[in-house]
Design a protein around this ligand. Structure first.
Ligand SMILES: [Zn+2]
Length: 173
């Protein structure tokens, strides 16, 4: 199937009534907030989304997205590629009263001033939420190996285990 560019914004209610599905990409250069939260965005985002109206008459957007970003390892300061895979199920935020009745499985998504859902913002938010708290290589790929921990360049703020703590805990056993 030919992939198409996703629309930037959609009327969630009309789109849900028409039960539309999208399978497309968001170009990396418009994932600006993701680029600001990482070293770089290395690929376009692949996105699938489907729109439907549920039993409660809520417009529901469910989908999946993935993208490759460049992160800086907090252990060795080298950059590494990280694959983000997210899935989401959302419904537009309409009012506090209505939001109280919305099932917990749905995330709430804000509407823009046109009353539409900004799909780029939605997917960007999901990616940013999925970023690791502390970016680090898998230990096997990391430049900081256990055998050069003593001599290697370690950021000073990094907490090094104190060997005496290990002795202490051994004694306590
Ligand atoms: Zn590393």
């Amino acid at each position: 199937m030919q992939k198409v560019k996703l629309p930037r914004t959609v009327d969630a209610f009309q789109t849900a009534q028409r039960r539309l599905d999208y399978d497309g990409i968001i170009q990396s250069n418009i994932l600006k907030r993701l680029a600001e939260s990482t070293v770089d965005v290395k690929s376009d985002a692949e996105v699938t989304m489907s729109f439907k109206v549920d039993e409660q008459r809520l417009a529901v957007i469910s989908g999946k997205a993935n993208v490759t970003v460049l992160l800086e390892c907090q252990r060795c300061n080298e950059n590494f590629e990280h694959h983000l895979n997210v899935s989401f199920k959302c419904t537009p935020f309409l009012s506090e009263e209505k939001a109280a009745l919305i099932p917990e499985e749905y995330e709430l998504v804000d509407l823009n001033e046109m009353g539409e859902v900004d799909l780029v913002e939605l997917v960007t938010d999901e990616f940013i939420l999925a970023l690791p708290q502390v970016a680090m290589h898998d230990i096997k790929d990391c430049q900081v190996k256990s055998n050069n921990l003593v001599f290697g360049e370690i950021p000073e703020e990094e907490e090094k285990p104190n060997p005496f703590d290990v002795l202490k805990s051994l004694k306590q056993q």
